[in-house]
Design a protein around this ligand. Structure first.
Ligand SMILES: [Zn+2]
Length: 478
């Protein structure tokens, strides 16, 4: 039996973060009573004319530039014809062709170093939603119909060759969309949807196998798992001498299996033709350049800068850049004079933990970048020790007070004078003659206990290094 390898093409649909729909003024929002966000245009009533949403075009161009695409300076909309109840007009406005989509021939570099080539980035409109009613029967909700939708398709031959690649690609792509602010990236709400095309072939074979397409994947895990199970299913078919059908398959998230939905239409079934109601889009270089000029620092470049210029570890840089708001908060703390490693440690440990517990984002919390920088300076300058700092941070998180003010209020300043520390250490030794005897008998490990007791006597405020020194001195006395 030959060894089988898997190849994956990815189609990703992203709902664009616009206020209104693609060709009318209906608001775009998740949820809401069915059919309350519709008008004659998005319902496709006779006599209406669509007007393209300029913001949506701009968001697709920004994405295409970030994905290193060639921009189509002249681009048109097509009608993709098919009948389905969730499609009120009987066609979907989309973009057809190799060099007509707003962006084409691009690539995305993954953190692993792999380059995934992008065939096209185009603009279309979303469909409505069929709803199976609890009392039986089905209804259709057109609130989503006409929402601006961007489709990003990887190139052929496929660069993605494993379930892990598929996941990594989607993670990296979603991150870029979040950095650009073009999509909210909420997979669970369907604003980012991924449909992998999966095929297997014997290792070394030049010919690609028949592909199946998986639908309804709404998490990174589902994408990785979907590709893995499809590889197993197709390999088993080929090994049994059967053939793989070109079909669209659904994904059952609970059972973690795929099931057949329909045999896939081929492109000419859609009878694409230019939409006569929509004028061509023509762009000029200065406009495209103005979009390039406002491109934010993208995740891969940011991660590289954090590692190379700031000296952070791969792990730390990865955690900081995973979410653009989190990275932005970090950048702001640095611009206020924060020391990178110190700020990073607080963010990825205590701050992240408290935010998780409260279900808050950094910006929604009471801690500002300035407050965190102030706290790190208090530790760095020796005003408070690390243990006290943790308590002060928790207090600042709760109340929003400035760390310096809390230190004053609680009299939490670190004790660095020898006098009171010596006093505390001597008292601890007197109270624990048995422990001292153990130490003198050669059990040096008990020293930690004595240091801990002395710290407690000072309310945790003593300079820990100085306590260590003094305990050693006292124990060394004959
Ligand atoms: Zn409308």
């Amino acid at each position: 039996m030959p060894n089988y390898v898997v190849s994956v093409g990815m189609e990703v649909h992203a709902e664009l973060a616009t206020a209104s729909k693609m060709f009318c003024r209906c608001p775009v929002a998740f949820g809401g009573e069915p059919n309350t966000r519709t008008c004659p245009v998005c319902l496709g009533l006779p006599g209406t004319l669509p007007v393209p949403n300029q913001k949506a075009v701009e968001l697709v161009l920004k994405t295409a530039l970030a994905l290193n695409c060639t921009i189509a300076m002249h681009s048109i909309f097509h009608r993709k014809n098919y009948f389905y109840p969730d499609l009120p007009k009987g066609y979907q406005v989309s973009q057809y062709g190799d060099t007509n989509p707003l962006g084409y021939n691009g690539y995305l570099d993954l953190p692993s170093g792999k380059r995934v080539h992008i065939r096209r980035v185009h603009l279309e409109e979303d469909t409505g939603k069929l709803m199976h009613l609890p009392a039986g029967g089905s209804g259709v909700d057109y609130n989503r119909a006409g929402t601006p939708l961007m489709e990003i398709v990887t190139d052929f031959p496929p660069d993605i060759e494993s379930p892990e690649d598929a996941r990594e690609y989607l993670v990296a792509l979603r991150q870029i969309l979040l950095y650009l602010g073009v999509c909210d990236g909420k997979m669970e709400e369907g604003s980012l949807r991924c449909e992998p095309n999966i095929s297997v072939r014997p290792e070394g074979s030049e010919t690609y196998g028949t592909k199946s397409e998986l639908k309804n994947l709404n998490s990174f895990r589902a994408v990785q798992l979907g590709v893995a199970t499809e590889k197993v299913r197709q390999t088993a078919l080929l090994e049994a001498g059967e053939r793989v059908l070109q079909e669209t398959r659904g994904w059952n998230d609970v059972k973690e299996t795929s099931f057949p939905m329909r045999v896939k239409e081929s492109e000419n079934d859609y009878r694409y033709f230019p939409d006569p109601d929509l004028v061509p889009m023509v762009f000029e270089e200065p406009y495209i350049q103005s979009l390039r000029d406002v491109q934010p620092e993208l995740p891969l470049a940011k991660t590289r800068r954090y590692r190379e210029s700031l000296g952070l570890s791969e792990y730390d840089a990865g955690v900081l850049t995973a979410d653009p708001q989190w990275a932005d908060w970090f950048d702001e703390a640095l611009s206020l004079g924060g020391e990178p490693k110190a700020v990073c440690n607080w963010m990825n440990a205590d701050f992240a933990k408290l935010l998780n517990e409260k279900g808050l984002s950094a910006r929604a919390s009471k801690v500002t970048p300035a407050a965190l920088v102030e706290l790190t300076k208090l530790v760095e300058g020796g005003t408070i020790n690390g243990k006290t700092a943790k308590a002060i941070f928790a207090e600042a998180f709760e109340t929003g007070k400035a760390p310096g003010a809390i230190v004053k209020e609680q009299g939490a300043t670190q004790i660095s004078d020898r006098g009171p520390i010596e006093e505390a250490v001597r008292a601890v030794l007197l109270e624990n003659p048995d422990v001292v005897a153990k130490y003198k008998g050669g059990n040096v490990g008990v020293k930690g206990f004595l240091v801990g007791q002395a710290m407690r006597k000072t309310g945790g405020r003593a300079n820990p290094g100085l306590v260590q020194t003094v305990v050693q001195e006292e124990l060394d006395k004959p």
